[in-house]
Design a protein around this ligand. Sequence first.
Ligand code: R5P
Length: 298
Amino acid sequence: MPDVDDAQDGKDYHIGVPMQSNAFFLKGSNSLDWGMKNRLARIFNPATGKTVMLAVDHGYFQGPTTGLERIDIAIVPLVPYADALMITRGALRTSIPAEMAKPVVLRSSGGQSILKELSNELVAVDVEDAVRLNASAMAVQVYIGGVHEHQSIGNLVKVVDAGTKTGIPTLAVTGVGKELVRDAKYLGLATRICAEMGAHVVKTYYCEKGFARVAAACPVPLVIAGGKKLPEPEALKMAYEAIDQGAAGVDMGRNIFQCEAPIAMIQAVRAVVHDQEKPDKAYELYLSLKRDAVPNRS
Ligand code: R5P
């Protein structure tokens, strides 16, 4: 029984001071339940409204991708510099120490390989397992214009519904088939459909022309994928332009873990995303951190 001997009337009621009721910091997220908001606030830094998500889920359809041959060796040292880790449950359980305190964005669709039609996915994780793994979000690929467009939207709907019951947000990833053009018209269509179907965050690609419109028309936070490995100055410029035009962060993989100095690169990306550092300054930071890490290389 609670100790009531010393119970006293409280004094600090602040009568006349309105109860604080601030809008949640992420766009389109104010009507979500507390658990959803709390998970999103683990992925996105409330101080900047942005995230640097490290994507290492590529093995779910392309096997041991360059840079991900040994996640335990190559990726674990990068985790402290990321705001969140996007990963499959297999890689998480086998290769990432449970002491890691970073939020997990759990790859939750799959079922195909690079040898077959990429859009032929299914829901590949039960939401109960996402809860068991303490996931902060579930990620589902959506293939607008793809052979299995309808099925992939169905996967998104199933995961959003399961996540809504448990308080886990869904990240929709716009998968773009080789036959499709990654222009603002297509990306605007794909991202908007994902948000309208209930995704809480959408991931897409940056496009040189019209990205600001894509970001503006997406009513939830939009993050960009890095795509294939680029020279570091180009990757930093792309991240800068995306943030400048309305992206809420990056979900970047190969442009970090395929670098010669991945820890230097992720810190340079952080400077762009969280501090709005200009690309040339961020590249200087990359070079200086790389020199410190690998002294004999420029
Ligand atoms: C691709 O399907 C995976 O979901 C990756 O997470 C995504 O492409 C981001 O990685 P990258 O920056 O290497 O493109």
